[in-house]
Design a protein around this ligand. Structure first.
Ligand code: ARG
Length: 462
């Protein structure tokens, strides 16, 4: 049985049940690349300040690079007795280099090492999420272009409300994802402060140069309080929150598109390759990808909650509880990355069923609010206009008219004298959409402006 790196004061081997219970290698092995990157920067700094010689530094850097290659090739043995990725890599280095390897841990502790590694990992993961968010935005903009002139019934309370352009709907999600990217960038900014060099909790008596390490690892600054460093998991909480909001956005979108793909709505056609069937009902074609995107949101919210509860009530500096930060953080990133990837696949593959949508656009009096505003433009107080049009909708229902335009002229002018023959120019869904004016509305000109502005911002070339 190998001696523990911390075994000097111990008189007995660790109970194997304790080893099994306390190990983190089964999940933190994925930090290996970041651990080695940070160790190389640390070793080069140690050489710069004279704590190791240039030759020792070279040996360490070469040894670490070889270990990285071994892990990448799947030739590295992971064992619970070595606890975590940091101990595995250091032990392998010592096996190679003897006393030179035993110098790498100078002026650092696993407490500042682990948080440095996780930060480096999370920073890369945030960058991957950003790239996926961008890809999904681009897919949505392309879908907006494909369905440029298509009019949809817009809903509030899931009841037909006013007409909207399909492009307006796609771009609504582009906006949400833009805020997600903004939040991720903001989180990255606060994350990007170097923990390493705080050592166990109080710093070190050795003459280290933390700013040099920060520069080498691409951090924007150095953590100013060594006691704060190893207990700080704000970046993990913030990342999980950023991811939870993304998951919420995807979940709402998935829910909407699941509804749209039902026979009751029949707005959306999903290609066979993106759906699955039923083992008993031969006719079924189910939107399982969308359902799982909606369902996996639960995991991400759970991960955020786990992290929040984990750090609650922890005193300063390192406590072993903090080892529990990795699984929820990894899971939240893995889940959201996969959902974003599949969301883009669905957006690229889906088509809105223009014929089915158009066939029912006259239902639900989508032009009622436009007609009310037509009266307001003539000086009628809004509340009066609302009542007049509400009355006309009631009349339609009594007389069995599907559309306001089907009411006899006499009904209209009796309801309000201003409702003369001119109303035919504002009634109907196409007229209603064309009548919008306000900034950010579904007016075709406005949507066109938004579309070109997004194409420019997202670097989409015509
Ligand atoms: N495996 C630990 C973790 O992931 C590394 C830090 C352990 N530090 C310690 N003093 N035991 O958090």
């Amino acid at each position: 049985m190998a001696k523990k790196a911390w075994g000097g004061r111990f008189g007995a081997q660790t109970d194997h049940r304790v080893e099994q219970f306390t190990e983190s290698i089964s999940f933190d092995h994925r930090l290996f690349e970041h651990d080695i990157r940070a160790s190389i920067a640390h070793a080069e700094m140690l050489a710069h300040v004279g704590l190791v010689t240039p030759d020792e530094c070279q040996q360490i850097v070469r040894g670490l690079s070889e270990i990285r290659a071994e892990i990448e090739a799947g030739r590295f043995a992971f064992v619970p007795a070595r606890e975590d990725i940091h101990m595995h890599i250091e032990a392998a280095l010592i096996e190679r280099l003897g006393d030179v390897g035993r110098k790498l841990h100078t002026a650092r502790s696993r407490n500042d090492q682990v948080v440095t590694d996780v930060k480096l990992w999370a920073r890369d993961a945030l960058d991957r999420v950003d790239a996926r968010l961008l890809a999904l935005q681009r897919a949505l903009v392309a879908a907006a272009e494909r369905h440029r002139d298509l009019i949809l019934p817009g809903y509030t309370h899931l009841q037909r409300a006013q007409p909207v352009l399909a492009a307006h709907s796609f771009l609504a999600y582009v906006e949400k994802l833009a805020r997600d990217r903004d939040r991720a960038a903001d989180c990255r900014k606060r994350l990007n402060i170097l923990p390493l060099g705080a050592a166990a909790l109080a710093g070190t008596t050795l003459p280290i140069d933390r700013h040099r390490v920060a520069r080498a690892l691409g951090f924007d600054g150095v953590a100013a309080n060594s006691l704060d460093v190893s207990s700080d998991r704000d970046f993990a909480l913030e990342s999980a929150f950023v991811l939870a909001v993304i998951a919420e956005h995807l979940s709402g979108w998935a829910e909407e598109w699941i509804l749209w793909s039902t026979q009751e709505f029949a707005f959306l056609a999903l290609p066979d390759a993106l759906c699955t069937g039923s083992s008993i009902m031969p006719q079924k074609k189910n939107p399982d990808v969308l359902e799982l995107i909606r369902g996996r949101t639960a995991r991400v919210l759970g991960d955020l909650n786990t992290l929040l509860v984990l750090v609650k009530g922890l005193p300063l500096a390192y406590n072993r509880d903090l080892q529990e930060d990795k699984e929820p953080l990894f899971d939240a990133f893995d889940t959201v990355e996969a959902c974003l990837e599949l969301a883009a696949v669905v957006v690229e593959g889906a088509t809105l069923r223009a014929d089915r949508i158009a066939a029912r656009l006259d239902e639900g009096f989508l032009d009622a609010t436009t007609l009310m505003e037509y009266l307001i433009r003539q000086g009628v107080p809004q509340r009066t206009a609302h009542e007049v049009i509400g009355h006309l909708v009631g009349r339609c229902e009594q007389l069995g008219c599907r559309r306001l335009a089907d009411l006899p002229d006499a009904e209209l002018s009796r309801a309000y004298p201003g409702l003369g023959p001119g109303v035919k120019d504002v009634l109907g869904v196409a007229n209603a959409v064309g009548a919008f004016r306000s900034y950010g509305s579904t007016a075709p000109g406005e949507v066109e402006n938004q579309l070109s502005s997004w194409k420019e911002r997202l670097g989409i070339i015509e």
